[in-house]
Ligand binder design. Sequence first.
Ligand SMILES: [Zn+2]
Ligand SMILES: [Zn+2]
Length: 295
Amino acid sequence: MIWLEKPLKLEAPCVVGSSSPLSMLETNSIQMNFMIFLGTGGGGKVVFSQARASGGLYFNMDRVKFLIDPGPGSLVNMRSLKLKDPNGILLSHLHPDHSTDANMILDGLKNSFLIAEEHCLKISKRYYPCVSKYQQSLVKFLKPVKAGDVVKIPESEIRIEVTKADHYVPTVGFKIIGSKTIGYPCDGPYFSGQERQFEKCDAIIFNVLVPHGKVPMEHKHMSVDNVIAFLKKLEHKPELVIIQHFSFWMLKSNVHEQAKIIEKNAGIKTIAAKDFMKINLDLLKEEKSGLGRFV
Ligand SMILES: [Zn+2]
Ligand SMILES: [Zn+2]
């Protein structure tokens, strides 16, 4: 592990009414904790078509900015939306729809952190790392992780619990614990006990590729019915559920209807993410006035 030599340069707390020449968008961004979906498509076909964008998640939480799973388009979308440079990246696994832009983004960052499932970083018998050796050398705080690890983002109060996922390549999920607790089980179907890793979340973001009532030919991805089973078994349920990372199967099945099915069966407010949707993490609801203008 490479520990930080210098503190990460995090932003000063926001001053409301500041005269800084930030765009309205950025001014809003600094004033609150938020996340933005830089893409909501998942799997090779949707990503190749760009029927939905595929840039992963951008977080601005407790003055730390980070990306989760920056797939193709992450950098371009981040620039188009005039978002501030992230301080670091979380990578759940080495699939390209989750990781392609990581190298280029790390190339431009200074004092960055990278918390990544270990096969993203190390050569092994079956897998080749998705982050190059050179880009890894640029990172100030580099942390390969596996399920069960707990990592603190340097110079912050944010703790990341690394969770187990049952995908067909080595994959982890994340429970991000800051002023709000956000769960991201990542790719892979539900397995018994998975939900125990996500107790007491304020919101959970599910990657859902299989519609209600359908069973995939291969046991690779989360279904709507999996999400319902997961949520029903939770003792301490989240206030908000968001589904994303949609396949064509989901897109053809009306993702908003699919979200309603989850909401009705699990009794938890559920929304289907849209590209560039902004969620106010303080209020745990969609921010219509900010980036919503661009959707
Ligand atoms: Zn995926
Ligand atoms: Zn995957």
